[in-house]
Ligand binder design. Structure first.
Ligand SMILES: [Mg+2]
Length: 272
């Protein structure tokens, strides 16, 4: 049994955002599930991160997990990532793409201090995304998940992220929406995703705001969903049930095992 559905926030975001990546909407009023809805690389590699943290085995790290899962589960991975995946001697390729941020949310659940979360987010990013912006995108996302999980307020989360990482979080979703175009950089998708979370009123609203930005919808919604899941904890049952129907049994098993980390959580005072 999955003990706390907040841990699948990033996967929910990916699944719901998937059909809008190449068919953007700029509205929050859209069908959550429709033809073309599926899990994509964001879910696959999030589950791979969970698998590493579950196993906690020195001989099974992010390189093996990301290679294994991406070979086993086809999706639209980036070109650089595909070369890396197929290499016998995979080396980081200095990416600042948002791939480092979309797979990192489990790190915010599995560690209990900002320092540990930052260090582990860097480890997960730098096997591929060793450019400073790639590492920063992963750290900002994971720290936001961590702070949300332990009951920090949106104001505390936003202030910490903008001070630590220099992201401009002062813009609004409607300001961003009019000019945001498809872009896969951490620098122009991670802050946008965090803003969608900060402006949201509940989990579903965070997902809807993130999709409504347009652009790289599955990844933006996955990053926002990971943080929103940690903050609101409660994902509506009709969304959880539907998303789980899209996932392979192996994913459900890994997510279920990953639930053990929710015991680490200090008792949450709930969203503020
Ligand atoms: Mg994707």
């Amino acid at each position: 049994m999955i003990k706390e559905y907040g841990i699948i926030g990033a996967i929910v975001g990916d699944v719901i955002g998937s059909s809008y990546e190449f068919d953007n909407t700029k509205s929050i009023d859209f069908e959550l599930f429709r033809a073309g809805t599926e899990f994509t690389d964001d879910s696959i590699l999030t589950v791979a991160t969970m698998d590493v943290l579950n196993k906690n085995d020195i001989n099974y790290g992010y390189i093996q997990a990301y290679q294994n899962f991406s070979k086993k589960y086809p999706s639209v991975y980036g070109d650089g990532f595909c070369k890396w995946r197929d290499s016998d001697d995979p080396q980081p390729y200095n990416s600042w793409g948002n791939g480092s941020a979309m797979r990192v949310s489990p790190v915010g659940w599995a560690f209990n201090s900002v320092e540990e979360v930052m260090a582990e987010a860097k480890r997960s990013a730098e096997v591929t995304h060793n450019h400073p912006e790639g590492i920063k995108g992963a750290q900002a996302t994971a720290v936001a998940v961590y702070m949300a999980r332990v009951g920090k307020s949106k104001e505390e989360i936003g202030d910490f992220i903008s001070e630590t990482f220099g992201y401009d979080l002062s813009r609004t979703v409607s300001e961003i929406r009019s000019s945001h175009r498809f872009n896969e950089n951490c620098q122009s998708t991670v802050p946008e995703s965090i803003i969608a979370f900060l402006e949201s009123s509940d989990f579903e609203n965070a997902i809807r705001l993130a999709v409504s930005l347009g652009g790289d919808s599955d990844t933006i919604t996955s990053i926002a969903g990971g943080i929103a899941g940690a903050f609101y904890k409660d994902i509506p049952g009709y969304i959880v049930q539907k998303v789980l129907e899209y996932l392979p049994k192996e994913f459900i098993d890994i997510i279920t095992e990953f639930s053990k980390f929710t015991d680490l959580s200090p008792v949450s005072p709930g969203p503020k």
